[in-house]
Structure formats: C-alpha cells, structure tokens
Design a protein around this ligand. Sequence first.
Ligand code: DX5
Ligand code: ZN
Length: 219
Amino acid sequence: MKIKLSPSILSADFANLERDIKVAVDAGAEYVHVDVMDGHFVPNITIGAPVVKSLRKATDAVLDVHLMISDPDKYLDDFIKAGSDIITVHCEANGDTREQLRKIRAAGIKAACVIKPATPVETAIELLPECDMILLMTVEPGFGGQGFIPECMDKIRALRKAIQDGGYQCELEIDGGVKQNNVVECIEAGADVIVAGSAVFGGDIAANVKGFLEKFEKG
Ligand code: DX5
Ligand code: ZN
C-alpha cells in the first residue's frame, strides 16, 4: 500500500503559504491538507474558498480540503469552483451527507466523509459506496498541536477492515496528533493518508517531510 503525506497548512506560516507548501511538496508530500473552520462547527476560524482558489494557482499538489463547517450545502459550490481536488464533509454537519458526497463526485472531485473521534465508525462505513476517501479524526477538530487520542487506533482498524471486506477503492486518512513516533503504528492499523500539521511545519519542513516518508517505508 502506498502511503501519502498530507501536511496540514494550519501550522504553516499563513503569510508564506506558497513558500511553505512548495518546500513540503518538493520534499515528497503528495497532498496539501487545507483546514476550513467556520467558528461554529468548531471553536476556531481559519480560511475559506478564496484562499483555496489562490492556493490552486500556487501549487499542482492535490488540494485536500477538510470542511469543518456547519452548513456544507451553502458552501460546497464555492469549494468546488475554487479548485479543490478532494472535498471532505463531516457526518456531524447539517444536511444529507450522502447527497453532499454525490454532489462533490458529480463535479468530478474526489469525495470524502469524516467522523469525529466519538462518532461510531458505522456512520462512515454506510457511506463507503459514495466515498473516495474516509477521514477519521484522531483529535477533536478545531486546533492543531493536540495529542493523538489512543482509542482511535481501534477505529482505524475497523475502518480498514470495512474497506477491505467491501472491496472498496477508498483511501483511509487520519488527522490529528500524528507524529513520526506514532505514525508507523497508525499505518500498521490501516491508515494510508497521513495528515500532519505541527509535526511538518514546526521546524525544518523538508527534514520533517523526509522523516515521515522514511517511516512510511517501515509501516
Ligand atoms: C484539526 C485539523 C488538523 C490539524 C492537525 O482540527 O483538522 O488537520 O491541523 O494538526 P496536528 O498534526 O498538529 O495535530
Ligand atoms: Zn484537518
């Protein structure tokens, strides 16, 4: 299984996003994880579709857009038009998640659903036919730099088993608290897209990306 790194720009320098993304991508990151927060679904505000539109011009990397917003139905068109490659909607947000996923796919974009740590895995599993990727939060969404919730490891295993048993071509991404010292265990549990924010953009970005890629070979 090919493991991919999706550095979360939440921990990058917002005044130098193009520069920081280029360093991460040149070092081998395949995805760029964009955390969109509305101050309502989560207690933090970050960036919106205009920034995704600008990032689209700044990089050819896969823009992996994680919508932590209460009303995806209101804003999906904006994120589709902005040039997202993957759009991820929360199962806990308003509206019909299955319809949201269908709308994303109909626009020719990869569709993903995400569950918070306390949401049962079955909520995501029943949406597998509509998903190109499932994202499991391994911290409470809202902030970078939190600690990985250990109980999530079993959820990674359960989701991987469901993907395998159903024969789905679906990636399994994890997000929150992933570091070089716990990533191998996460990969062994079944994750194949790894989001890392503080562990990539804190310090030497290129060295951090390469450190992760070396760990991926061990997983
Ligand atoms: C949290 C975000 C994450 C966050 C990860 O709500 O979805 O993507 O940036 O940051 P780290 O890797 O520092 O836990
Ligand atoms: Zn995220």
